[in-house]
Ligand binder design. Structure first.
Ligand code: ADP
Ligand code: ADP
Length: 224
């Protein structure tokens, strides 16, 4: 029933060269279904490395990565891509929405890539936009939306394929404190309703304190 299980992860850059740096050193993490964990790390501690490995975008030098109980550390690229599309949702500090597409299309497209039909994908996109308070914004392009609205569309996109695990890197990091709190609150509501698990990197200790646990990345490992 563990959505994410990371076991004894090791990751080193520039091994055997000048500039060798050991970023993950026997890192372990288990996130059960429905748990939301905050990841707090000083810059350079390896937060991006950890999120990329958990997100199946990078591989560790050794150790295991299990998503929903399946060991994907040594799986084929095809299998990892499939698992990434189906089981994982990503939110970044900057929205990375496609500028030439509407809010609705930005949420429809990843579903089409996942094999969902257009009608069902549009219905799902509209439902997510409504839940995030963006029902009247479906036809707008990202450039016509406020920063908080753009991030909510990015969150809807991350949730579009009904992932098991949400991985977020400073999801409200470029918003002012008030907007940040509102947008984060909306994300949490949807996450709680759907029983989703999440690993959310943030420097905002108020937001971190609202999650189920707070993990600090230091010395290549996580400290509770
Ligand atoms: P964070 O996201 O916490 O700032 P990163 O995971 O990006 O940390 O990086 C951790 C350390 O590893 C940093 O010292 C960074 O310079 C180094 N690093 C990250 N990626 C690479 C890479 N591809 N090659 C060499 N060093 C890297
Ligand atoms: P597609 O081929 O449908 O664009 P990918 O297989 O490239 O999808 O990516 C699947 C998921 O992983 C997407 O949600 C995408 O945002 C995310 N992703 C892909 N590449 C990166 C990357 N380099 N950094 C962060 N996220 C990525």
């Amino acid at each position: 029933n563990d959505v994410l299980h990371l076991e004894m992860l090791e990751k080193c850059y520039n091994r055997g060269q000048p500039g060798e740096i050991s970023v993950l050193q026997g890192l372990n993490l288990t996130i059960p279904r429905g748990q939301v964990a905050a990841l707090v790390a000083p810059s350079g501690a390896g937060k991006s490395t950890l999120l990329h490995i958990a997100g199946l975008l990078d591989t560790p030098d050794s150790g295991r990565v299990l998503i929903g109980g399946e060991d994907l550390s040594a799986a084929s690229d095809k299998r990892r891509t499939e698992a990434r599309r189906r089981d994982l949702g990503f939110v970044y500090q900057f929205h990375h929405l496609l500028p030439e597409f509407s809010a609705l299309e930005n949420i429809v497209l990843p579903q089409l890539a996942n094999g969902v039909g257009r009608r069902a994908a549009e219905a799902r996109a509209r439902e997510l936009l409504e839940r995030l308070g963006l029902g009247a914004r479906a036809r707008h392009r990202p450039s016509a939306l406020s920063g908080g609205e753009q991030q909510r569309v990015a969150m809807a996109r991350a949730l579009a394929n009904g992932p098991k695990l949400l991985l977020a890197d400073e999801p409200t990091g470029n918003l002012d404190p008030g907007t940040s709190e509102v947008v984060f609150g909306m994300l949490m509501e949807v996450v709680r309703e759907t029983g989703l698990s999440a690993l959310i990197a943030t420097h905002n200790l108020d937001l971190a304190g609202k999650m189920d646990r707070v993990l600090r990345l230091a010395g290549g490992r996580l400290v509770e």
